[in-house]
Design a protein around this ligand. Structure first.
Ligand code: CA
Length: 438
């Protein structure tokens, strides 16, 4: 496991003043990675690191040869339009670049005199997917989500017996994963009402979001190789926010016997910034498994995983309707949850994914599954909040929703805070639903 080091020190401040206000998602302790360019320009996309309300342009920084050694090699890899090569370089390279940036950006650094030439205001930026996502696997790690959704689909048998033994997942589709700002048309597909003789093809009537964490693989693994639990974090580059859009009516008709298919592959949206595994070290927490539950099999169990496998990440879902937009109203908060409730840790997901020898590649994305907390108001999907569409939700402005309507924008946010460390955030991921195509 990576450990605390000087880059996490709570006293560190940056000469970029906007990073120091205690509210920014991007203080000097965070330093997340994205791929960006100046909005509306024909510039090449390239890697950047967030500091306050600015972005360090890693292409310009690399060209200046300001850093040396591994940090310079890492910066050069980040100058490309996709971060796969950098992500594949592994923790030593990630950490070297982080340390070099932390040193250059901290208050009192001599770099302040001329480092400003590498900064671009975040307000002027647009983003692209941070890497080529070769494969996307979606897990199902919230037992609260699995139980309440299971009760809606199978009232007599909500939680299947394998759930507490196997980190349940399925292989998704990467082609339809888009960056924050994604707009997509309401999907159409086969829907069958319980009392109908046959299905119809109609626009989805039960469009839903899913509040998830996205987990990016950095260093890959070879086919035939199983990644050991306590080495798994060496393979995880970092985390983002992830909205895994779902068509619940399509899902109900198609999901047996082989699982999700067209209900899940029409759109999924990631936030631009990847918060690195190293930046998250201060927010590691003990991972607990109820004594009454089956304990993990040996390949999914270790002292380190129990001591610090969980991640304390606060999560929030917001909804902005067309009316709110027209009237300039704030989005309604639909729910809040926390990744700490996950039944399985990130390392357990990687260890399980590779136990059969399945190879992982840099840029592969794992979805955590919808992160619902133990309380009903902590649900990470509209399906749960509205009790399967039976209990409409009244929004802060009086509008009512049971599922997502055309022109709605869903916004996910996440952050970490503690008494002893500086708050860091993930930024946000937003996406808008357009009417179904004719
Ligand atoms: Ca999902």
């Amino acid at each position: 496991m990576q450990t605390l080091n000087e880059t996490h020190h709570p006293e560190l401040k940056s000469w970029v003043q906007s990073a120091n206000d205690g509210k920014s998602d991007f203080p000097i302790q965070n330093l997340p990675f994205a791929v960006f360019r100046v909005k509306g320009s024909d510039q090449l996309f390239r890697g950047g690191v967030a500091i306050g309300d600015q972005i360090v342009d890693l292409a310009r920084l690399a060209a200046s040869e300001r850093f040396s050694g591994i940090a310079q090699q890492a910066a050069l890899a980040c100058a490309k339009s996709q971060l796969n090569e950098f992500m594949s370089m592994g923790p030593e390279a990630w950490s070297s670049l982080r340390h070099a940036l932390s040193n250059a950006l901290r208050e009192g650094s001599s770099a302040e005199a001329d480092f400003g030439e590498f900064l671009i205001p975040m307000a002027q930026a647009e983003y692209e997917l941070p890497c080529q996502i070769g494969d996307y696997t979606d897990f199902y790690t919230s037992i609260h989500h699995a139980t309440s959704v299971g009760a809606l689909f199978r009232p007599d048998n909500p939680l299947l017996p394998n759930y507490k033994w196997v980190p349940i997942g399925y292989h998704g589709r990467s082609s339809s994963i888009g960056i924050s700002g994604q707009k997509f048309h309401r999907p159409k597909g086969q829907v069958k009402a319980p009392d109908a003789d046959s299905p119809r093809v109609i626009p989805c009537n039960r469009l839903d979001y899913e509040l998830e964490m996205g987990i990016y693989i950095g260093q890959g693994s070879l086919m035939g190789e199983s990644v050991a639990l306590d080495e798994a974090d060496q393979h995880v580059f970092g985390l983002c926010l992830f909205n895994d859009w779902s068509a619940r009516d399509l899902q109900a008709w198609e999901y047996q016997p082989l699982g999700p298919f067209l209900a899940k592959n029409f759109a999924s949206t990631v936030s631009p910034w990847i918060v690195t595994t190293e930046a998250l070290v201060p927010y590691r927490k003990p991972w607990k498994r109820d004594e009454a539950d089956p304990q993990p099999l040996p390949y999914l169990d270790s002292a380190i995983n129990r001591e610090q496998g969980a991640l304390d990440i606060e999560l929030e879902v917001g909804l902005e309707t067309a009316t709110m937009r027209d009237l300039g109203e704030q989005p309604a908060v639909l729910s809040r949850s926390n990744f700490i409730h996950s039944y399985w840790t990130v390392n357990q997901l990687v260890a399980h994914h590779t136990v059969n020898g399945c190879n992982m590649r840099a840029g592969d994305l794992l979805g955590s599954g919808t992160q619902s907390g133990p309380e009903p108001e902590e649900a990470g999907s509209m399906l749960e909040l509205s009790g399967g569409g039976k209990n409409p939700i009244t929004l802060s402005n009086g509008e009512v929703r049971t599922f997502i309507e055309d022109h709605d924008v869903v916004i996910l946010r996440g952050w970490c805070r503690s008494d002893r460390h500086v708050r860091i955030g993930f930024g946000e991921v937003r996406a808008q639903v357009l009417p179904a195509k004719d």
